[in-house]
Design a protein around this ligand. Sequence first.
Ligand SMILES: Cc1ncc(COP(=O)(O)O)c(C=O)c1O
Length: 369
Amino acid sequence: MHSLQQALDGLLGDELDTPSPIVVRETMQRNIERMQALADERHQHLRPHVKTHKCLEIGRLQLAAGAAGITAGTVGEAEVFAAAGFDDIFLAYPVWPAGTKGRRIRRLAERVGLRVGVDSFESVDALADAMGDAPDRLQIVVEVDCGARRSGTTAEQAGRLAAHARARGLVPVGIYTYPGHGGSRPEDRVGAAKDQDQELTAAVRALAGVGVTAEVVSAGSTPTVEYSTSEVITEVRPGEYVFCDRDNVRLGACTDDQIALFVASTVVSTQVPGQAIMDVGTKALGREGNPQRGYGGVAGDPAVLSRLNEYHGYLQVPPEQSQPTVGTVLPVVPNHVCPVVNSFEELVVTDAQGASVERWPVAARGLLG
Ligand SMILES: Cc1ncc(COP(=O)(O)O)c(C=O)c1O
């Protein structure tokens, strides 16, 4: 029997409502320790991205294992973790401090060690304005693009941005990049990590050229971290490694037995032959996938969800298999775990036998700005 099915079977006596996100604690802890060991071995700081779990208890486990601080994706995430005592936060996003965000960033920067990403002169100016008479409380990390073509400036421009931040009284501490182009096909992971090394190395030189020492040289991501070996890198920011998912297994970035989160889901209808409808749709799993690869799979089973509506998942039952009966509860493994966590109020955390259940709030759920 698949280990996730075993955990699920243990839980079923406990009035488990479905759909529910189930975390197998030992597997998650092994993932946390493995990533920490990898970073330690390379003398890099580990700064896990909390957008994956949005959960204070899990952030604390990462710090307890040795993480240097956390990475957040939104001001709201940073606020929730800061309020709970996390005091070293990198908001790795080209944040634009309009609306209430300028005030909120200043308040955070006055309370905790806060670094924010920038990739434009305009955002440096807006952040300096937001910080008023305390610009030196805010650390700036310049984002460079290493090929993902999302955000980030050129290595050359990074020096000028750092110099501008310094001129405005902010504290430029280094550079970061996100090698997102290594997260689509397995064969792209090595190349994206190489691009990352090259751009970061050039940006370190550009900052040195304006007299700024890049104390922080921050690299991504679960798919590329294995290859992020360059001496220039001081910290890594993987997020998904904590739970893993089908996409990372497909990329070769994690293995099936490292999957620590699944969605317990019930078969609710079997009226159409060759198909079982499960109570997980896009609201639980997100929209990532395609009909061939599926939008989620059942642990230890070749069957995939070939289509989703909001509350319905279409499980294609291979011809050689019999349809599961209505009421059967199955462990559905998501393609991309991050949107799944953001769909639920709490995580059901259990051991490999499905005993000792705890419920941990997804404290930063829905805080998208
Ligand atoms: C800026 C940044 N850093 C780090 C990460 C973590 O990458 P992953 O979730 O693939 O581990 C992400 C993911 O979106 C990101 O956008």
